[in-house]
Design a protein around this ligand. Sequence first.
Ligand SMILES: Cc1cc2nc3c(=O)[nH]c(=O)nc-3n(C[C@H](O)[C@H](O)[C@H](O)COP(=O)(O)OP(=O)(O)OC[C@H]3O[C@@H](n4cnc5c(N)ncnc54)[C@H](O)[C@@H]3O)c2cc1C
Ligand code: SF4
Length: 488
Amino acid sequence: MADPKGFLKESRQVASRRPVEERVNDWNEVYPNGIGRALLPIITPQAGRCMDCGIPFCHQGCPLGNIIPEWNDLVWRDDWEAAIERLHATNNFPEFTGRLCPAPCETACVLGINQDPVTIKNVEVSIIDRAWESGFVKPQPPEWLSGKTVAVIGSGPAGLAAAQQLTRAGHTVAVYERSDRIGGLLRYGIPEFKMEKQHVDRRLDQMRREGTVFRTGVNVGTDITGDQLRARYDAVVIATGSTIPRDLAATGRELGGIHQAMDFLPQANRVAVGESVEGQIRADGKNVVIIGGGDTGADCLGTSIRQGAASITQLEIMPQPGEARPAAQPWPTYPMLFRVSSAHEEGGDRVYGVSTKEFLGDEDGNVRALRLVDVTFEGGKVVEVEGTERDLPAELVLFAMGFTGPETDSVVHQLELELDERNNVKRDETYRTSQEGVFAAGDAGRGQSLIVWAIAEGRAAAAAVDEYLTGSTTLPVPIKSTERPLVV
Ligand SMILES: Cc1cc2nc3c(=O)[nH]c(=O)nc-3n(C[C@H](O)[C@H](O)[C@H](O)COP(=O)(O)OP(=O)(O)OC[C@H]3O[C@@H](n4cnc5c(N)ncnc54)[C@H](O)[C@@H]3O)c2cc1C
Ligand code: SF4
């Protein structure tokens, strides 16, 4: 156990973000010199608050099964090298989760029953940032090669985790990505102010040195067919993400100025790292309305603020959640709460319990306003509140209502993969699809989810592929595809 009295002496403290008026003028992470450095003065006593519980519910909360009390103890004892070894044993990319995970481990922390939980996510990112700075993170190329080849389709966190595990197990792995750069949503979805891309690049450099091969600009299904893949590789991992965005079929949908979040955010991400984008969708000087109250919406909000929007309103059809756990979501579940992200601190209004009836246009065919109405839920049905119709001015409307599933008309179709009842790629509990030698991991099989899940599934699918190719495996299986952890 770290400090037997740690949780009695210390209260929870998290890293301070840069002042809002400073950070909205740049695209850098919202923490001073990166979150790892911002945490340096406080993290050791924070790790010491861990009680090393007999039954650590935080393990159950983390889809990766991160061995949290062990690395808390090592940090408190100042053994950072051992801490990163423990952390890397269960998580290939703690720099991603330590910055971006909603931390279901913390809502399952036993201390959280009657106190503020341990700052697990902050400890995680401190360990990995310090490990990179101290040179503890080194390439781990395999000692021998199996002679087997694997194609991983998609380079998001699921594809990267699968590729790293399989390369280290001795297989020859090629990651195919249709975009011009590797990273999936880590690269072009998530804004720089949440995670600078240098963290992705540094990890890719490690993976290249280990032997993983990356092929960008290859749209599998078009540039290389399913049959060619099968002929060239011994196994295939489908990690193509959940990319079909939910739309809103209201009157006026065809007007100019109405876009999907994933048309807007990738362009902003490119410009933030110095590229130019012709005809970029921009928020400058506009009244921006974001439809969808989740994380993608918050990313559109922070991006619009930095682009100089005149006003920003984020709409959510559901009622505003409370600030305390609802009785129906007791510890250690992951509760629905009113959360304030860094972008919400920076500006914009959030409106709950509201629905868009219509988009109103100007004489040039561009959107000028949304016709809104308040709604309630009665017997699971949306009911409009009479007399609440009003117009909200908007010259830019961004849809951030989630994703319905993976694209199924390309490589998934060519490989003749069965789909499940939610239109995701069907797999059994070991990530095998309906076709021999083809596996599916991450959002493509799970549906829209989280980075921590994508990494966990990529690791588990790698173990299944290794077993398929060699008859046995020593790679860990964090989670079966059918397993739901107790908290997310
Ligand atoms: C804007 C946004 C913000 C988010 N923020 C967070 C967050 O803060 N925290 C969090 O935990 N989760 C977040 N998420 C969710 C998270 O990013 C995803 O759950 C995760 O990236 C899924 O990983 P994946 O590897 O399955 O797929 P993806 O990251 O979607 O990667 C799939 C890749 O496959 C490629 N691809 C698809 N088809 C083909 C093909 N035919 N040929 C070649 N390549 C192909 C795509 O180009 C893409 O690069 C966010 C999602 C969005 C959209
Ligand atoms: S990956 Fe997420 S759930 Fe797991 S320990 Fe880190 S912050 Fe917690």
